[in-house]
Design a protein around this ligand. Structure first.
Ligand code: DNO
Length: 402
């Protein structure tokens, strides 16, 4: 696997040289400053490539390998407003990326909100911090702060009651913090919504059943995959995070069955998967090895991260925190083994893409991470630890297979 690292550009407090010291071999990045729906120009792409590859006139030794993400606009997801214009812009951005030599493009199809957490710095026993999703806090936000109409009907009465008590006991500062954590837009998220904007965006999807959103996703792919095929690009869809419906919004990429459906509806290698174990692994039904056995040929990018379900659940909705990379509900060693096996299978098949790019994804904030600015989830030491542990597992398997 190619060991990559997400870098947010000049706004990122971590430098490319620190990333090299962490042992990363490639960079994952995006042009977050370009509004969703606009074209990524060749000039802007080249500028980021230079920021990645050259420092003080010297080569850094890494290049921009994977785009995460080329965001899909709400207009495209909901097939409204400037839908057609945004599709044209998306295709043009793909052309420009290919022109600049970047061939792997991640995106997601979560309406309104990208990844969602209720707490960005939950204290761990050893003093470090991690991000977490507390279902009671989230339901409290949904029912009693956002006051979404009929929200309570989505949950069991008992848990809504607990959420009512929890929210009532929160001081105003606690409520503001919770809103901030949930809707203010985490790094890499599509947009920065205010509470009012969230309400109006939710309204757009009020009468959109999951089947409709799924068919909009298939339509989007039918529009852009021929372009990607012609350019030799690989698109890869990131799963819903967390992998269950939130705020009454439909979610359609939460499980192996969801991926099976979309991968067969648009059956092209150019339409693939970002295999994010941290997102999919929150579901009790997630089986990484079975997923890779069935859909491995379509995995173009892997996020190797672990989570642990740790609090109250309500049906398939769970509380969880981001665990150490080798120590959560997902068997990471078995996952890495299955991915390495997929690479060997590709090699035997003569495929050119037999090295899958992966990144350690998020990390816990550890040691000096706690003393320097960082994007939530994207500290230096915590990710360095995660990457080092994953690298150890990979090296061990490679030794045995050799
Ligand atoms: C969080 C990320 C997501 C991801 C997008 C992909 O850290 O994994 O923001 O980049 O969902 O489109």
């Amino acid at each position: 696997m190619k060991q990559t690292w997400r870098w947010f550009g000049a706004a990122d407090a971590i430098s490319i040289l620190e990333i090299r010291q962490a042992g990363a071999e490639g960079i994952v990045s995006a042009l977050h400053h370009i509004p969703t729906g606009d074209v990524w120009s060749i000039a802007e792409i080249r500028k980021r490539q230079d920021e990645v590859s050259i420092k003080d006139g010297q080569p850094t030794g890494v290049s921009w390998d994977v785009v995460e993400s080329l965001p899909v606009s709400e207009a495209i997801k909901s097939q409204s407003g400037p839908y057609r214009e945004h599709l044209d812009a998306y295709r043009q951005s793909l052309k420009n990326l290919a022109e600049c030599g970047i061939h792997t493009v991640c995106y997601n199809f979560m309406p309104v909100l990208d990844w969602t957490r209720t707490e960005l710095a939950t204290r761990l026993d050893h003093g470090g911090t991690t991000m977490s999703f507390d279902l009671i806090d989230f339901i409290g936000f949904d029912c009693f702060i956002l006051e979404r109409v009929a929200a309570a009907a989505d949950y069991s009465d008992a848990i809504v009651e607990q959420a009512r008590e929890r929210t009532a006991s929160l001081p105003d500062t606690g409520k503001t913090q919770l809103v901030q954590n949930i809707v203010a837009g985490l790094p890499g998220a599509n947009d920065n919504w205010t509470l009012g904007e969230v309400r109006s965006h939710l309204a757009i999807y009020q009468s959109t059943p999951a089947d409709q959103l799924r068919s909009n996703l298939v339509d989007f792919l039918s529009e852009v995959v021929p372009t990607a095929e012609a350019l030799g690009l690989k698109l890869c869809c990131h799963p819903d995070d967390p992998p269950f419906p939130i705020m009454g919004l439909p979610r359609v990429m939460s499980s192996q069955a969801d991926y099976r459906y979309v991968m067969s509806a648009v059956d092209s290698e150019a339409s693939g998967i970002t295999f994010c174990t941290g997102s999919l692994g929150v579901a009790t039904s997630f089986d990484p090895v079975s997923f890779i056995k069935e859909l491995g040929p379509r995995i173009h990018f892997a996020h190797l991260r672990n989570t642990k379900r740790d609090g109250p659940s309500d049906g398939e909705r769970h509380s969880f925190h981001e665990a150490e990379h080798l120590n959560g509900d997902t068997n990471m060693v078995a996952t890495v083994h299955a991915l390495l096996h997929e690479q060997i299978r590709r090699k035997a098949e003569g495929r050119e893409d037999c090295i899958i790019p992966m990144r350690p994804d998020h990390g816990q904030a550890l040691a000096s991470d706690l003393e320097r600015p960082m994007m939530p989830g994207y500290p230096l030491i915590g990710r360095l630890r995660g990457l080092a542990e994953l690298r150890g597992v990979i090296a061990a398997f490679e030794e045995v297979h050799a």
